[in-house]
Write a protein that binds this ligand. Structure first.
Ligand SMILES: [Zn+2]
Length: 240
């Protein structure tokens, strides 16, 4: 059930039975010279829509902005703060809850640790504020994809806009892949924080996009769909 496509009446009727909603969270972020800025949003929303064909679940419209740190100075990246992200997620969950939904699967396509921490913090504070029959999960779709891809992909240290993400977009929206960025691995001078992040990460690729293929994208996407469908069943059964 794609929320933005339902009428008021359709939603009201479906919500008497379906209590689980997937909230996809993406980013608008440089993904190398070859992938769209909305890569994280596209990945997570497309996969969520396919999950909804297998299990009874609502899919909320995606949040298309995230907290991006390492790519914050690359062209096209738009950053929201942790405060904004926490508040947005809390408002959206509370409003969905007032619409009688009780289980919230917040799935992020964007994998920055700060961004995921903000989502987890929002989730923890929602657990305190909402009644005890509410279940919340915060999931990194990228971590699931890496797990799923361990048998499929060849690049050892693959991450942002590399083999996995390029394969996924080749499968999900092939017309949005514009060639291939060069293989790249950034070296930031940890623990120092840097202003000029592009100096350490020129093209916003982490991994090897040349190893990507449509077939790999299809396999990873299927594994992600299966894993997220399982999570929907899990969150529905979960009782503390
Ligand atoms: Zn990404």
């Amino acid at each position: 059930m794609i929320l933005e496509e339902l009428s008021m009446k359709e939603f009201e009727k479906k919500a008497t039975k379906i209590k689980t909603v997937i909230i996809p969270v993406g980013s608008l972020e440089a993904h190398g010279p070859h992938l769209p800025l909305g890569t994280d949003t596209i990945e997570v929303y497309e996969i969520a829509k396919r999950v909804a064909q297998l299990v009874d679940v609502f899919v909320a419209p995606p949040l298309s902005y995230g907290l991006c740190r390492s790519t914050s100075k690359h062209p096209g990246t738009v950053v929201i703060t942790g405060d904004t992200l926490r508040n947005l997620i809390k408002d959206i969950v509370k409003s969905l809850h007032s619409n009688n939904l009780k289980r919230f699967l917040i799935i992020s396509g964007h994998a920055s640790s700060l961004h995921l921490a903000a989502l987890q913090e929002a989730g923890e504070s929602l657990l305190e504020e909402l009644p005890s029959d509410v279940n919340i999960a915060v999931v990194s779709a990228y971590a699931l994809a890496q797990e799923a891809a361990s048998e499929i992909c060849e690049t050892e240290d693959d991450s942002h806009a590399g083999e996995i993400e390029t394969s996924l977009i080749l499968h999900l929206k092939p017309h949005l892949v514009k060639g291939r960025g060069k293989e790249e691995y950034p070296h930031f001078p940890h623990p120092l924080l840097t202003r000029n992040k592009r100096k350490y990460w020129k093209n916003a690729v982490w991994g090897n996009p040349h190893k990507a293929s449509t077939k790999k994208g299809e396999l990873i996407s299927q594994l992600l769909i299966n894993k997220i469908s399982e999570l929907v069943r899990e969150i529905e059964k979960f009782k503390e």
